[in-house]
Design a binder for this molecule. Structure first.
Ligand code: PLP
Length: 410
């Protein structure tokens, strides 16, 4: 028997039909029922007690969402996935489900703005969070304390594209027995699997490349099976079955059930359809991003181009060693005499918009919008110039994009 595992896209396309679906339907239906009825009260009790699999109430899970969770688990080569209403709900679940007063977190200093804001909130609530420059493991190591429970990084940081020192941070966490959490949104499992560097939990904002069409919000947390939950203070009632299931059992109850950031089944369906083509879209977005980065870097009116695929990027080597391509996110700084608002207004194809990972190219002035609330000082610490423009490159035809971004320079 040939045991060669199936490829990424084949697996995703045929995942729903691994289990029988009514009428031979090719898609898992959108189950909108809030509750699930049982013919035997003992079965319902067994489901509640975790002795039998089944659904109870839509907030804790639903067949449409389970089908998506299975796809994401396959994409990340993990053991289990929990879906949430948004990417931020998945990030917030770390706090709700796994941290308590007295715990310490080391987070990359280079973060998606709302994640940075969330860690600041957490910092005022009994859990302490220290931010460290994650582009070099030595800064993470210096920030670790005896009560450090987790290290959190993004693969390619949104918006300035700093790349975390992933393998070395993974090695450090393994040696110290610390949970390593990686937000894989800006690479997606198409370019990188955080499990390969020892991440125990992986976050994906499904809103971005996996859904891919900017028509549904969603987030996920995947347990890769790498982390031994026996070494983590999991409550005794979630220590059921194999220890590699304990973390997800506690997250499902303490974060998803108790805080209720559940994914809607309609959104799960949109994301599942988007996921079918993520492995086709992402390489095209990355190829466009590289071509655009090169064209902009060659133009004297552009002061700086931040893209890990360029040899000039500080983490170009780490990026090429870890990722199949350098992503679809680039950030540029214009020369002082080119007004960044005027520049954006002259773009004809790219849309001035705050999303990422869409099929369409989207642009945003960073300091005045998504990083406005955080203030100038913290922006400077995060390497965000006041004139920084973030570009989320889409799947348009390459020449059209290059022409648009160059004509707008005036
Ligand atoms: C967008 C994003 C999130 C949050 O996802 P939402 O679905 O918008 O809540 C988290 N992390 C990263 C890196 C993101 O880009």
């Amino acid at each position: 028997m040939n045991k060669r595992p199936r490829g990424f896209t084949t697996t995703i396309l045929h995942s729903d039909r691994q289990k029988p679906i009514e009428h031979g339907s090719l898609h898992k239906p959108i189950h909108t029922s809030v509750a699930f009825g049982y013919g035997d009260a003992r079965d319902l009790a067994a489901v509640f007690q975790g002795k039998q699999s089944g659904f109870r109430y839509g907030r804790q899970g639903n067949p449409t969402i389970s089908a998506l969770e299975e796809k994401i688990t396959a994409m990340e080569d993990g053991v289990a996935t929990l879906c949430f209403a948004t990417g931020m709900a998945a990030v917030g679940a770390l706090y709700q489900g796994l941290l308590r007063a007295g715990d310490h977190v080391v987070s990359s200093a280079f973060l998606f703005g709302n994640t940075a804001s969330m860690w600041n909130t957490v910092n005022a609530q009994g859990v302490t969070v220290d931010f460290a420059d994650a582009t070099d493991v030595k800064h993470i190591e210096a920030a670790i304390k005896p009560n450090t429970r987790m290290v959190f990084v993004e693969t390619i940081a949104n918006p300035r594209t700093q790349v975390a020192d992933l393998s070395r941070i993974g090695g450090l966490c393994k040696a110290r027995g610390i949970l390593f959490v990686v937000d894989n949104t800006m690479t997606s499992p198409v370019l990188f699997r955080p499990k390969s560097v020892g991440a125990g939990l992986v976050i994906n904002a499904l809103t971005k490349a996996i859904g891919g069409h900017g028509n549904a919000l969603g987030g996920s947390l995947t347990d890769t099976g790498v982390f031994d939950w026996k070494t983590y203070p999991i409550a005794t009632n979630y220590q059921r079955g194999e220890s590699r299931q304990w973390g997800m059992a506690q997250l499902r109850a303490k974060a998803l059930r108790d805080f209720g950031g559940s994914l809607a089944p309609e959104a799960a369906h949109h994301i599942a359809v988007g996921a079918e083509t993520v492995a086709l879209r992402v390489p095209r977005m990355c190829a466009n991003a590289l071509a655009l980065a090169r064209a902009l870097e060659a133009d004297p009116r552009v002061a700086k181009v931040h893209y890990p695929g360029l040899a000039s990027h500080a983490q170009h080597k780490i990026s090429s060693e870890h990722f199949k391509a350098a992503g679809w996110l680039l950030a540029i700084e214009l020369r002082d005499d080119v007004d960044c608002f005027d520049y954006l207004n002259r773009l004809q194809i790219a849309i001035i918009s705050s999303n990422l990972g869409d099929t369409r190219t989207l642009v945003i002035p960073v300091a005045q919008t998504i990083f406005y609330e955080i203030g100038k000082e913290r922006r400077a610490e995060m390497g965000i110039a006041e004139s920084l423009i973030r570009i989320s490159v889409g799947i348009e035809d390459t020449d059209d994009l290059i022409e648009d971004f160059l004509q707008a320079l005036g």
